[in-house]
Design a protein around this ligand. Structure first.
Ligand code: UD2
Length: 320
């Protein structure tokens, strides 16, 4: 089968591409390298087609979609605080870009599109865990754009018969998540702080909680969502069903790294959600999604990966 992966050079995208190649599929990656990196595709580079381009450019999206069977639409401008700072840019990429991907997928008559939605759609709905039947109530521009993407995908199902599945990812973490931007996922920043001996910053009191989901579980959900019967038109939570506070994750990292770091507490972020935890019953039933890597094991694997890549960087610097 031929898969198009938008954002395929990014963290979630490149891990998904690796698995598609392992399974013998043909893969086209469309990525503008604004957040993704070609080095994330190093191991599969000779086996894929790579198109450098943005989802905001309809013509390039159409080109990528040529003869595609499935589309995994993962390209996005991520980050809640970035969207608070620049809602127009987040809207341009996440909504206008998604509309281009849907139009091109419809015209290329693909079998199905899987859209990377987000747990941020739930916003401050007080009930935990979050169920897909709850009324979305996003509290950041980013959350709005991800929710609109779901609505558009569903409307393309109704209006044009385009099969679609939206996956609400819950705080994905793991190897290749870039720690170097102010908008990076918190665990990538924490792991790096422990390796570099810098002070991790907690925004708020650290008692906010997240259903941190290891990348391998998300890759599994992505592939199941492409082919699961009776999934089209639906939205699924992709999490683990548990949650941990930031203070707990820091305590775990102290144990895993054997390093004790003092933490700085800073003001809470604008648009930040307090607690997040997925109910994954619907995904288990319809997609046969079954997260196999629990949080602590995922954190251990992730920390080892950052430790190795940190050691490689140091060795390279020494050699230069
Ligand atoms: C949101 C979505 C997530 C995904 C992501 C993409 C929710 C619940 N989750 O993640 O599913 O779509 O956006 O960007 O909406 N923090 C610190 N110190 C740091 C960095 C972050 O304390 O150095 C805090 C931050 O204030 C937040 C938590 O850590 O309370 C998680 O932040 P994040 O940026 O990793 O992810 P989040 O929850 O905004």
């Amino acid at each position: 089968m031929r898969f198009v992966v938008t954002g395929g050079a990014g963290f979630i995208g490149s891990n998904t591409v690796d698995e598609l190649i392992r399974r013998g599929h043909s893969v086209v990656v469309l990525d503008d390298l604004s957040a993704g990196k070609e080095e994330n595709l190093a191991e599969v580079r000779s086996k894929i087609s790579f198109i450098k381009g943005s989802i905001t450019d309809l013509e390039v999206v159409r080109k990528a979609m040529h003869e595609a069977d499935y589309v995994l639409h993962l390209a996005a401008r991520t980050s809640v605080p970035r969207s608070v700072k620049d809602p127009i840019e987040t809207n341009r990429v996440n909504i206008d870009g998604t509309l281009n991907v849907l139009v091109a997928a419809r015209d290329a008559k693909v079998k199905r599109i899987v859209f990377a939605a987000s747990s941020s759609a739930y916003g401050e709905t007080p009930t935990l865990p979050k169920l897909e039947t709850m009324q979305p109530a996003p509290i950041s521009p980013y959350g709005v754009t991800k929710y609109v993407g779901e609505l558009y995908a569903q409307v393309f199902g109704r209006a044009y018969g385009l099969e679609n599945v939206s996956l609400r990812y819950f705080n994905v973490f793991g190897p290749r998540q870039d720690p170097n931007s102010p908008y990076s996922g918190v665990l990538s920043k924490f792991c790096t702080a422990f390796l570099e001996g810098t002070q991790p910053a907690i925004f708020g009191d650290g008692e906010q909680s997240r259903d941190f989901t290891y990348i391998e579980n998300v890759v599994q959900a992505n592939l199941l969502a492409c082919e699961a019967p009776s999934a089209s038109g639906k939205v699924f939570n992709v999490g683990t069903g548990s949650r941990f506070t930031l203070n707990q994750t820091l305590a775990m990292l102290q144990r895993i790294s054997g390093v004790n770091l003092e933490v700085k507490y800073e003001p809470a972020r604008e648009g930040d959600i307090r607690d997040s935890q997925a109910d994954i019953t619907q995904g288990r039933e319809i997609l046969a999604y079954n997260p196999t890597v629990e949080f602590e094991e995922g954190l251990e694997r992730t920390f080892s990966w950052y430790r190795e890549s940190h050691a490689k960087t140091l060795a390279k610097q020494k050699a230069e």
